[in-house]
Write a protein that binds this ligand. Structure first.
Ligand SMILES: Cc1ncc(COP(=O)(O)O)c(C=O)c1O
Length: 356
């Protein structure tokens, strides 16, 4: 019995439309790194074909797209690390982010037949990747002088846009604008959370990721400003239903004990499939639209569910772990993590099916 992840390609298209409505004057760079947040790189690229560009983390991800004959603009968010990657990027018409001065030096060391488009990343407050604002002007000038660079755009990345109370987001936007000064280049800073809360940050390009997959970029419980449809629904089935007596414990470690004589369902999914091991007792699952609580520890291949409120459940019945009717954000919160991690972490054991 394999768990299934059904991917609704129309939901991806719908969510892209929501981005277009929130950012009508911006171009959309759909972020499809990490196997399109675990949804399947090539299928998602096909469904999001109306995007103006794609963003991936590494050159390997970009080359997978080119090999599949994707001709759209592709931006490598981490840029390139050495000459070989730079040459490959140029040969495959890939845009690179320049986030450190070593990458500018690299660009000047290699003679490329055709140049590359560069997205110069400014560190406006994330302090992860990016050029310090004080160094942006000379690096920009260096890029302008490089024979290998065709176009230059400016980018930055929000550190905490999913917390609308954090003034850092507005400050980052301001720092980008001040740093750009008179530079006449297209700009981008907005991720999903930025797009949803701060229309001013949309600039020339927006870079949505998580919202394209129908996942609320904010902490579970905070409404999103648009109606997203979950693209991934993960399900499995009951493989056993047991009558367990009051006082008997369920699962490894005996961490949960039946408070009464009751029926406990065993579902064929566990951390070996990517279901989070830290999902706590009470994490909801859906059976025929009814929410039921997980009980005891998640094992490698199975979880257990309290069927007290669902006496009609039978072996073979479908159980939804997240997706339609059960937001992955809610399950993630019960496991002390975020929806991003759950969708990215499904393993090869899970059977992927695409529809629409
Ligand atoms: C540089 C960059 N831009 C945009 C995104 C998309 O962010 P989100 O998935 O929160 O929309 C990411 C994702 O982490 C990113 O690293």
């Amino acid at each position: 019995m394999r768990a299934r992840a059904r991917i609704n390609l129309n939901a991806l298209k719908h969510n892209l439309q929501q981005v277009r409505q929130l950012a009508p004057d911006s171009r959309v760079m759909s972020v499809i790194k990490a196997n399109a947040y675990g949804h399947g790189l090539l299928k998602v690229a096909g469904a999001l074909g109306e995007s103006d560009a794609f963003a991936v983390a590494s050159i390997e991800e970009a080359l997978q797209l080119r090999k599949a004959a994707v001709t759209k603009r592709i931006v490598i968010l981490q840029g390139v690390i050495d000459r070989d990657e730079l040459i490959l990027a140029a040969e495959n018409n890939l845009d690179m982010v320049v986030h450190c001065e070593e990458q500018l030096r690299l660009l000047n060391e290699v003679e490329l037949t055709g140049g590359v488009d560069v997205w110069l990343k400014v560190d406006t407050g994330m302090h992860r990747l990016g050029i310090h604002p004080a160094r942006v002007a000379p690096v920009y000038a260096g890029l302008e002088q490089s024979a290998n660079v065709t176009n230059i755009r400016l980018m930055s990345h929000f550190a905490n846009a999913d917390n609308p109370d954090d003034g850092l987001t507005a400050r980052q936007l301001q720092i980008l604008s001040e740093t750009a000064g008179d530079i006449k280049a297209e700009k981008t800073i907005a991720n999903s959370a930025g797009i949803c809360v701060l229309p001013d940050c949309n600039l020339d390009w927006v870079r949505p990721g998580i919202m394209l997959y129908g996942i609320n970029p904010f902490q579970y419980g905070r409404q999103c400003s648009c109606v997203l449809q979950p693209a991934m629904t993960v399900s499995s089935r009951f493989i056993a239903i047991n009558n367990t007596g009051k006082g008997e414990s369920v699962g490894y470690g005996g961490t949960w004990t039946c408070p009464k004589d009751m029926s406990v369902g065993v579902v064929a999914i566990g951390y070996g499939d990517g279901y989070p091991r830290h999902a706590r007792t009470g994490t909801p699952v859906l059976v025929n639209g009814q929410r039921l609580p997980l009980v005891g520890r998640v094992s490698m291949d199975m979880i257990c569910v309290d069927l007290s409120d669902c006496p009609q459940a039978r072996v073979g019945d479908e159980v939804v772990l997240w997706g339609d009717g059960l937001p992955v954000e809610e399950v993630a919160e019960c496991a002390g993590t975020i929806g991003y991690e759950l969708v990215c972490k499904l393993t090869e054991r899970v059977l992927f099916e695409y529809y629409n």
